[in-house]
Design a protein around this ligand. Structure first.
Ligand code: PLP
Length: 423
């Protein structure tokens, strides 16, 4: 493959910020980490921010009138303001800290869903969703008697908007859709979906687990009602995520968890909830993780999400071109122009798990399985695929190493044309 000098690529020197990447595995194989869609790595700046909290500032937030509690509270709330700016929200109290994308979506399905959905109402999903954006809605439908509908997909793995009018009607109360598919890589047209959802009086929830780390997001420009994402996929710590909701919606929603911090007042047999955002942050929150998420946002913002997206686009184009040349490969999802920085594929042989194991022996970390998109895999007639996902620290040389390794595996398992003896 030609060594292209591509101006959209980020400088390789930023890898120096990520200590974990500088290691060899299985003997002397340099680690090639292509599994960031599952969970990314963190720069030293984020690791330091978390350590700083534990070394100097840690105490519970919002509770103590002592210096450490004040410092912790300031760091925690400063992180909220960073999140607000990162996604372009109007108010910082529209940004609720949760445990992650899954927790955020469950919170909406429980709190907004139970208060607003009744038997016969329709919930509009689609087959490319992660289980985290399916199961909470199935559970809501079970509780309420609501009906699940799906936007069909095109053959190349995009939402088939030509059929949207058939499934998005006055009965639709919520459209729940991923911004970027974690299996197909498809980037969905969120602004258009929001406009169409609002036109029938529905709200839209966007699963931004695979977009917030990679693309600049502006919730006001997109006009989404809810947005969910996770810290651990965007250079931040695990155990923290965000639920953004429009103030008008969050204010009207009941708290989905009861306990400390979320109350205004408690009597022997009743309580009044606190205002936003505390109403939705019962118990001790992820304090050091919030500081880490704030540092991750600083890190990504300093580089610029547009540059991150361009870098990943260059990598995914290279991967797509290289992998497409391999005999017997099937790449899932659309052409690079419609996708973000990941590529999933199947070979005639071997199974995805064997591919992942074989390339791991060469130091290359990829994902194998259904990636929590079992209905999508079912609809494609496969049980598993292999996924390589790229982030700001990956290089063209790593993409080439992947292509070379997959080529070797495909050659090893090339059908010989000889009939196998029955076992
Ligand atoms: N949604 C998508 C599209 C994802 O890729 C993931 C994680 O892989 C999730 C939701 C769930 O994220 P978390 O496990 O951080 O809650």
């Amino acid at each position: 493959m030609p060594s292209v000098v591509n101006s959209s690529l980020l400088p390789e020197s930023l890898r120096d910020d990520f200590p974990i990447l500088h290691q060899t595995v299985h003997g002397e194989r340099p680690l090639v980490f292509l599994d960031s869609a599952a969970s990314s790595q963190r720069p030293q700046q984020v690791i330091d921010a978390v350590s700083r909290v534990y070394e100097h500032d840690y105490a519970n937030v919002h509770r103590g009138i002592h210096v450490l509690s004040e410092r912790s509270t300031d760091a925690y709330e400063a992180a909220r303001t960073k999140v607000q700016k990162f996604i372009g929200a109007k108010y910082d109290h529209e940004c609720i800290f949760t445990g992650g994308t899954t927790a955020s979506i469950n919170a909406v399905a429980r709190s907004w869903g139970d208060a607003n959905i009744k038997a016969g109402d329709e919930i509009l999903l689609n087959p490319m969703e992660h289980h985290s954006n399916l199961v909470p809605w199935f559970q809501l439908a079970e509780r309420t008697g609501a009906v699940i509908k799906h936007i069909p997909l095109t053959d190349d793995g995009r939402l088939d908007l030509s059929q949207l009018d058939d499934v998005l009607t006055e009965k639709t109360k919520v459209v729940a859709v991923t911004h970027v598919s974690n299996t197909l890589g498809t980037v969905n047209p969120i602004a258009e979906l929001a406009r169409r959802a609002h036109a029938v009086g529905a709200v839209i929830l966007v699963d931004a687990a695979q977009s917030a780390p990679h693309l600049a997001i502006d919730v006001l420009a997109l006009d989404v009602d809810f947005l969910a994402f996770s810290g651990h996929k965007m250079c931040g710590p695990s155990g923290i995520g965000v639920l953004y909701g429009k103030e008008s919606l969050l204010s009207a929603m009941p708290p989905f968890m009861g306990g400390g911090s979320m109350i205004g007042n408690v009597a022997l047999d009743s309580f009044t909830p606190a205002g936003l955002p505390s109403k939705f942050e019962a118990g001790t929150p992820p304090i050091a993780q919030a500081a880490g998420l704030g540092a991750a946002i600083d890190y990504l913002s300093e580089i610029g999400l547009d540059k991150v997206a361009a870098h990943e686009h260059a990598l995914v184009e290279r991967a797509y071109a290289g992998l497409s040349e391999i005999e017997g490969i099937k790449i899932l999802g659309p052409s690079p122009e419609h996708r973000a920085g990941l590529v999933s594929f199947v070979l005639h042989q071997p199974h995805a798990h064997d591919i992942a194991q074989l390339v791991d022996q060469r130091g290359i970390a990829v994902r194998a399985g259904h990636h929590c998109t079992q209905p999508l895999h079912d609809s494609l007639g496969i049980t598993a695929s292999t996924r390589a996902s790229f982030y700001l620290y990956n290089t063209p040389a790593e993409v080439d190493a992947l292509v070379e390794a997959i080529q070797e595996v495909a050659t090893m398992f090339k059908p010989t044309g000889r009939k196998r003896r029955p076992q």
